[in-house]
Design a protein around this ligand. Structure first.
Ligand code: COA
Length: 248
């Protein structure tokens, strides 16, 4: 349990609300653990048909807590971010996301594991791994080119260019756009509709559409090995230090 992730359940929908507004919903270890626990419990809970990721604040999430990245070298065993992306990739029930404001790093890569994504036109999606001296995670190196083509994937992953909710909609990453104040309700409505579908048929269709998760899980491990090495590089240390000493 965490105050920073509100978990609730109604109408077959498990709702995970990121709630750490002072840090733009950056995901720390406690938040990852809360989400992993909720997903694990949801696997065998027949009353949970669909999971929704949303935010209590203006921003979806500023991505992994960079202080946790900085501390990784002292405590490499305690890295629930990896367990979270594994849990996402192997989760078998539909997942829906409501995205407003900033969606950075895993805030964007996790969307490629979701079945339906709703966003505001001005949402800002960004995967700045290379600029931080890191490598893509959550199988983004596989899923992003597959979904948006190599040209756009190179722009977003290699150049680290941001893209808006509107562009994500045009590229087929986002299902539909809504004003920021209506994104959550739009996502919840879609989730409730999914939750009312015949459960077995829905799960079977999703499994068929997504294919064998083994390839995605294997890519997550490949990326994770490179990511751990990259985190200890002087470039990454420098970039992380620069974030925390930036002028305000
Ligand atoms: N990890 C830890 N803290 C973070 C954070 C992160 N990923 N993102 C934002 N924060 C914190 C800031 O340190 C600041 O805290 P403080 O007020 O105690 O100093 C607070 O959240 C607000 O952030 P700020 O940078 O002042 O807001 P902004 O609107 O100017 O910029 C972002 C928003 C998201 C563009 C900017 O915070 C950012 O680039 N964050 C890092 C994103 C990132 O690289 N994520 C990891 C990707 S792998």
């Amino acid at each position: 349990m965490s105050d920073k992730v509100q978990v609730s359940r109604a109408d077959g929908v498990l709702r995970l609300v990121l709630d750490r507004p002072d840090k733009k919903n950056a995901l720390d270890r406690e938040m990852y653990r809360a989400m992993i626990g909720a997903l694990e419990a949801a696997r065998s809970d027949m009353d949970v048909r669909v999971v929704v990721f949303t935010s209590a604040a203006a921003d979806f999430t500023a991505g992994n807590d960079l202080a946790d990245f900085r501390d990784f070298l002292e405590n490499p065993q305690d890295f629930p971010a990896l367990a979270f992306v594994r849990a996402l990739a192997s989760f078998e029930k539909p997942m829906v996301a409501a995205v407003t404001g900033d969606a950075v790093g895993v805030g964007t890569t996790m969307l490629f594991h979701c079945d339906l994504v709703y966003a505001s036109p001005d949402a800002r999606l960004r995967m700045p791994f290379i600029d931080l001296g890191l490598v893509p995670e959550a199988a983004a190196s596989l899923l992003v080119p597959r979904r948006v083509g190599m040209a756009r994937a190179s722009q977003f992953l290699l150049l680290g260019e941001a893209f808006t909710g509107e562009e994500a909609f045009r590229l087929g990453v986002v299902n539909s756009l809504a004003p920021p104040e209506a994104v959550d309700a739009t996502a919840m409505e879609a989730a409730r509709r999914l939750a009312r579908k015949p459960a077995e048929a829905l799960l079977a269709a999703r499994r068929l559409m997504r294919g064998d998760p083994a390839e995605i899980l294997a890519r997550i491990e490949e990326e994770a090995a490179l990511f751990a090495r990259a985190l200890s590089s002087p470039q990454a240390r420098e970039r992380l230090a620069a974030f925390f000493s930036r002028p305000k």
